[in-house]
Design a protein around this ligand. Structure first.
Ligand code: GLA
Length: 727
């Protein structure tokens, strides 16, 4: 049984293959948290609540409400009644009072998993998962809250979200509605998160959890370059292969809060949801608010197991694209090759040389529309600039197709340039606060996608472009954060809904694009990787990882990204040297090997490559075809991190049946007087025999003693080793 409800003991147990999650009803009223962790067979765990122990202060009265609420483990804590730890829900009623108190009403268990209206979410069949709904009510407000838990037994994953309904007579305001809360018993934890900046996204950061609150957050209107909607609590000894990990990841692309808090009683509360900063939602009688989903993963086998659990879950139950399990066309993008300085002739020259080397798709990046020759105009004017693309888009695409290549195009539908026909026609379409100047960023404003006419108006223009030629791929970009949050169409007491309504508008547009163009390969992007998150993966099977294409900078970016997300989703390209972001010069081979851990493509002026480099492109194309099935579908193991050791980086992809693997090794810095390194492999079958670099090994030898990696002269050297089972 995936979900067991003991009505007498008022205990719910949710089981996955290796984990158990326990909930108990306290005093017939409160929904309390019992347990989350390694699988428990014994259902008799109510004692974990310590119901007979009083808090020491301010009273020994066991059920004095304030003291009780501030230390009881809660499933969904609220503001205003005595729990002073961070709450998950805060309601202000029509009279201005801020409080709510949820009492348990009942439950329902169903096979499968209902969708979340308007939101990305994981999905599964009746065989894959079961859902527990716990119903609670606040009588004073007439508010019904449904806590949703879906249990994916085989995947070892539990997902959570929340529905808030107004069944009363007066409207009320939701000022905070997080999606998941986990109250854990005292344990020493470290906080592990992803932190970065533009061109330095998702670097892994780990620190001790002290008393008080530590959080990662965004209120930029996007999941952001800087902090990431992911949080893991790990025991201090946790490595890739050992130790405990509690992880939460948010299936949402806008503002978020991910927080851990250690209380006076050493209990730890972990929370995730939409950031309350700038958020208020007016709920009219009869209306319902759906909070986005949080994915929970527990691992007692270190970070590596957590990673592989997320990868499999997202590949099996989140990404919907028909391209997920397919080799994507190797693309060449003209951005770093030409920036805005191109015409159809230049693009065709690139396409011609690229096609001769086996590259399969040309992507025309920013600068093909309106009068855009720099990043200072025309967003919103989605028609082809025929001074640049002489003969029009269709002719260009047909000529590219004659070379045997597909064609892709860049768009940035969420934006509007102050210097655009669209803005001159519809100045009110920009997000703005009347009377204040609108903040410009990259000389652009953001469209008010909370309005249906704006979503429809822009979508129609984009769709017309895609219909006008045989377009196989779209790169959907989003190049600035949100500011001066105001919508011309929302009443005063609904302006706090704009951030979330904006995200709903983005999701609606992408959903429509996929419905209208089911064969389209969509790649999301946001100034590099500011929206590389589980929400966007529901719409696109790949996301541009970072504007930094330097092979060495990419090691930490791709390590952090692959901590959670399948490598088949990581947009990665080979670019020229000196690298445009850091000026570093790395071998062409290394750039290719690092980009293989992703969707793979090129982002350079191929017409300017030397004959030697062109020969290397051919070899890389061959490697891609040879290894992409394995890389896309296999299990990812992290062997070493340059971030930690300062010298080398290494990872492996192992075929699910362990018959084949690919080892990646990058010697970032050469060392004088160095010996070869014995690198211990992971994921292989200890009993089977394998062949690697023409030598035979027993699997166990490779796991325990390692494979020999010679020290090389020179920095930034990479090595790719295929390991095959000997039949
Ligand atoms: C963003 C993207 C780049 C490129 C430019 C175009 O920065 O991340 O890849 O498309 O926009 O303006």
């Amino acid at each position: 049984m995936k979900i067991a409800a003991d009505e007498k003991k008022k205990v719910f147990l949710l089981h996955t293959k290796n984990t158990t999650y326990g909930i108990a009803i306290i005093d017939d009223r409160y929904v309390g948290h019992l347990y989350y962790g390694r699988y428990l067979e014994d259902a008799d765990i109510r004692y974990l609540l310590r119901e007979d122990e009083g808090p020491r202060t301010p009273s020994v009265n066991l059920r004095e409400k304030g003291a009780f609420l501030d230390c009881a483990p809660m499933e969904y804590p609220e503001t205003g009644m005595g729990d002073y730890r961070e709450s998950a829900l805060c309601i202000r009623d029509a009279r201005g009072f801020r409080a709510s108190e949820l009492f348990y009403e009942g439950y329902e268990i169903l096979n499968g998993k209902p969708g979340l209206e308007g939101l990305p979410a994981s999905w599964g069949s009746r065989e894959d998962c079961m859902t527990l709904k716990i119903f609670c009510r606040d009588e004073v407000l007439g508010m019904k809250v449904t806590l949703l838990y879906s249990v994916f037994e085989e995947s070892d994953v539990i997902t959570r979200s929340v529905l808030v309904e107004n069944q009363g007579k007066e409207p009320f305001y939701i000022e905070k509605v997080l999606s998941a809360c986990l109250d854990m018993d005292d344990r020493d934890f470290q906080v592990l998160g992803l932190f970065g900046s533009w061109a330095r996204e998702r670097h892994i950061q780990r620190m001790d959890l002290g008393y008080g609150r530590q959080n990662l957050a965004s209120f930029k209107g996007e999941s952001s370059h800087q902090e990431h909607p992911f949080l893991a609590l790990v025991t201090p000894e946790t490595t890739q292969d050992t130790g405990e990990v509690y992880a939460m990841n948010f299936v949402y692309s806008g503002n978020f809060l991910a927080q851990a808090e250690k209380s006076q009683f050493d209990s730890v509360r972990m929370l995730m949801g939409i950031h309350p900063e700038g958020f208020t939602w007016k709920l009219e009688p009869g209306a319902c608010f759906t909070a986005p989903e949080t994915v929970l993963v527990y691992s007692d086998q270190g970070l590596g197991h957590m990673t592989r659990t997320f990868h499999d879950f997202y590949r099996n139950h989140l990404i919907r694209s028909p391209y997920l399990h397919k080799k994507r066309p190797i693309l060449i993008n003209n951005w770093e090759a030409t920036y805005f300085d191109f015409d159809e002739k230049k693009l065709l020259e690139i396409a011609k040389d690229a096609s001769e080397l086996g590259i399969e798709m040309l992507v025309m990046d920013d600068g093909w529309f309106g009068k855009r020759n720099l990043d200072d105009s025309s967003l919103g004017d989605w028609y082809v600039n025929e001074e640049k693309i002489k003969g029009g888009l269709n002719a260009l695409v047909e000529n590219v197709k004659k070379l045997g290549m597909k064609f892709g195009i860049w768009i940035e539908p969420e934006m509007i340039s102050p210097d655009s026909e669209l803005y001159r026609q519809h100045p009110d379409w920009a997000i703005q606060i009347p009377g204040r100047s609108i903040t410009q960023s990259r000389a652009q404003y953001v469209l008010d996608l909370s309005r249906d006419e704006v979503v429809d108006g822009v979508y129609e223009k984009i769709a017309a472009v895609i219909r006008s030629a045989d377009i196989s791929y779209v790169k959907w970009d989003m190049n600035r954060q949100l500011t001066t949050m105001g919508s011309c169409c929302l009443p005063g007491d609904r302006q706090g809904e704009l951030y979330h309504r904006y995200m709903l508008g983005v999701y609606k547009m992408q959903e429509r694009l996929l419905a209208d163009f089911p064969d389209l390969l969509l790649e999301n992007c946001s100034g590099g990787g500011a929206r590389f998150d589980a929400g966007m993966l529901y719409y696109s099977p790949q996301i541009w990882c970072s504007d930094d294409t330097d092979a060495i900078e990419r090691l930490a970016i791709q390590e952090g990204t692959a901590l959670l997300y399948p490598v088949s989703a990581m947009g990665a390209h080979v670019s020229v040297c000196p690298n445009h972001s850091v000026g570093r010069v790395t071998p062409f081979e290394t750039r290719g090997d690092v980009a293989l851990l992703g969707t793979f493509g090129y982002e350079l002026d191929i017409t300017k490559l030397s004959p030697e480099e062109k020969a290397l492109v051919k070899e890389q194309v061959k490697k891609y075809h040879q290894y992409n099935d394995l890389i896309r579908e296999g299990d990812y193991y992290r062997l070493a991190s340059y971030r930690e050791n300062g010298y080398y980086d290494s990872w492996m992809i192992v075929e699910k049946d362990k018959s084949r693997a690919l080892l990646f090794y990058v010697q970032v810095r050469a060392r004088a007087n160095a010996k070869s390194r014995m690198l211990r492999l992971k994921g292989l079958d200890p009993q089977r025999r394998y062949l690697a670099e023409e030598k035979e090994y027993q699997g166990n030898t490779l796991l325990q003693a390692g494979i020999r990696i010679p020290a090389e002269m020179g920095d930034f050297r990479s090595r790719l080793v295929e390991i095959r089972e000997i039949p």
